[in-house]
Design a protein around this ligand. Sequence first.
Ligand code: ADP
Length: 451
Amino acid sequence: MEKLLVANRGEIALRIIEAARELGLSTVAVYSEPDKTQLHVQLADEAYCIGPKEPEESYLNLPTIIGAADISGADAIHPGYGFLSENSHFAEVCEGHDIKFIGPSSSVLELAGNKLESKKIAQKAGVNVLPGTDGAITGVKELKEEAERLEYPLILKAAFGGGGRGMRLVHDEEELVNGFKSSTKEAEISFGNGDIYLEKYLQQPKHVEVQVVADEHENYAHVGERECSTQRRHQKVIEEAPAPGISDTTRDELREAAIRIASEYGYNSLGTVEFLVDRDENFYFMELNARIQVEHPVSEEISGVNLVKDQIRLAEGETLEPESYANLKGHAIEFRINAEDPEREFLPSSGRITLKQIPGGHGVRFDTWIYDGAEMTPHYDSLIGKLIITADRRYDAITKAVSALRRFEIEGIKTNVGLHLDLIRQKEFRTGDYSITFLEEFMERSGGERV
Ligand code: ADP
């Protein structure tokens, strides 16, 4: 591997470019027309425009991206997260072009992309899954019968879904039938496949996920777990490692279960196994995310490992060294800083950014693509950066986070920095005793918009 094309944008493109450079690789950026002045374009060794603002015509445009790899002579592609990162066809095309896809093999990606099949794999690995339909629902009659069997509350889920899209909580038959129609439509538009299934809705669980690492020689390791229950519309907002509010026995069981699941998949890259954990600490497998995740830095902070670098090395066929992940220490919390207005229903905000002040110092890391004068456009996601705070103990990480968040002074766009400050002051967050309804409950009691 000599030249790596980064098929992504934003902060993750920068992380990949830096990791590749440390490994002695040259880098190729691709960009859409409005992204011409973005930092990833400036920092890569070469850059190619791949189309207009629409993601389908640029960052999701498979032939153009492969064309850019051919023209530049790139022998590897890193897809980042989102966009084409979990597209098994893309991985297959790369394999066919003798381009190293930085991720698992296309066959593993295909399996992981199907949530129904994934639940079966977890069961084979001896891990519990939530009761639900065995396959996709074929019609309204079956839908009603299955709902009666499983009992409300239930959640409708897209078999090939992601990013919370196509997902709906339903409490009765009316919500069920209407929800089924809208979820099907949403899944068809978002994922090109409208398959929907039903699953028992768990009341106030925690979302806990385990970072796993696997090589091409059937070696597996974990890099601890992350707690990601602070969510809005099933999208994560704050993540931390290790997970507070669970016993060490459950922690060990989760880590072992994740390794068993990864090995049942024949997994061969960096990935994340997601679970829901109920009040009694029973846990259920949800899905395997076969890519680098937004929240990976908290695992880097407690392990001291550069996961993006390791992901590239693993794709080169290197054997993993389990001992490099064994020494987990300290506590890390990540805050997703978004360009949005929490006071106006989280309306996305765009404009020219004026950076007056950003936090820094010991244990304060800001992974970002923004700079003074950068343009936040409305075309892509609203993430402007990730503030990652690390300290020896969770309490100190929270205290440090308060002063770091207070130091943000960004003008020209609205951000959710104030919301983060409110959230980490809450009793549930302080004690670590919070669930996936934490953010929604906070918004309700503080008189904010319902999320
Ligand atoms: P996606 O792949 O679309 O992100 P996930 O399956 O990862 O969807 O679920 C995202 C979030 O939705 C979870 O973190 C959790 O908050 C909620 N969720 C999913 N399934 C259930 C369930 N059965 N019961 C309760 N909450 C759920």
